[in-house]
Design a protein around this ligand. Sequence first.
Ligand code: CA
Length: 505
Amino acid sequence: MTAGCATDEKQQADRPNIVFIMSDDHAYQAISAYGGSLAKLAPTPNIDRIARDGMRFNRCLVTNSICGPSRATILTGKYSHLNGFISNEKEPFNGNQQTFPKLLQKAGYQTALIGKWHLESRPTGFDHWEILPGQGNYYNPDFINGEDTTREIGYVTEIITRKSLTWIAGAKKNRKPFMLMIHHKAPHRSWEPGPNELGMYSDVMFPEPSTLFDDYANRGVAEHSQDMTISKTMTLETDLKLMKDSPLKNLTPEQTKAWKAVYDPIITKFFGSELTGDDLTRYKYQRYLQDYLACISAVDKSVGEVLDYLRKNGRDKNTLVIYTSDQGFYLGEHGWFDKRWMFEQSLRTPLLVMMPDRINPGSINNDMVSNLDFAETFLDIAGTEIPPDMQGMSLLPLLEGKRPGKWRTEHYYHYYEYPGWHSVKRHYGIATERYKLIHFYYDVDEWEMFDLEKDPDEMINVYDDPAYDVVKSKLHGQLDRLRKKYLDSDSSQQQFLPTVAMDVE
Ligand code: CA
């Protein structure tokens, strides 16, 4: 072996590992590192460790707030209209296209993906993958690995964690750096807590958001015609598990026993209470949060296990660990659960990143970043060229505290899944640091505009307020330029107009 080869090998081995942990539908409001009214009642101490030892991003915005499209954007560094996966119901993800895992593989990384995939086609660009079929099950989930499907007995979050640590242990023996995507199913609807978290919040009363009873006054057709309220859309049976004689169907007898021990008393009490109207909505909100936050508690423990494993095995110094969600989520704001809208709770997703020696502990970043930037960041960290057709920007300078003079101050958004689950109308728009301008185009053609400085809850549509005429005109110009920049247009929009209703969430 020549000296040159030895150096190359050493440099290869010195490149950072990447552990990308993504949950599904985890609201930033439910991460205690972000503060907020739930932080003390339902803390996430392990996820918070990433913020404590690394950087917390306060304004990470997604390009299209829905499961599959977010994943496709993360893999490709491109908007939905270019990567082709615009909504969950359309064509499967085209795995022949350029993705960051493929480029990392080419650069000598070992790559793996474990957990939820939700892109219909089989994963490409991974040396190893084990995925849940579709949404997967919380209890006793099936995993697809190549041609085989295997049922695992246990709780999905714990199984994904175990499989992930097993893969890292194997990767350790290899001199190549690795990139692992740990994709949790939790806390996706219908929020089934694991055996170790059952009932943990049964006696907690969570504060209600001030907009729980939003009546959508002065807003348009889109808000009035959606189907995602806690009061009307959320079901007592499946969502809130108030099923008298039939708990979840796929549990083992032992799991059923543990489940019933927690839920039977809740069910009895509920049916004795005869709640109606706003009282019923208030009750549903509490019940929803109890289960949702218990699912998150298992994810938090999983993050702790991964961090502990890396530290105990001396892998923490040279590993970039990211925690994020595929998008944000409503925890009763505007009376809603679910996501999809360009409003803050679903546009914004949590992003916490740590890497000792490279990111200053306790850093806080307020720049406008996006899941569009993840692919570019990973390639940059690996010292690999970022292809010019990727549309985001590497976050590495921000992570290292070397903020470029000019950083993004406007963000483009486009949501397509209508008609479909929850009936949220198609819309695109621009978010700046202070304003949002949103166009609900398909079958509505209405514009809305919000001033987040004066109206952080986004309750007052100021589009027709003459006081905002100058700002509005400027935003229209900015939005037009952004659409050109990202190669979105009325004609690209046209090709994605819906033909059939969807049946997946
Ligand atoms: Ca999701």
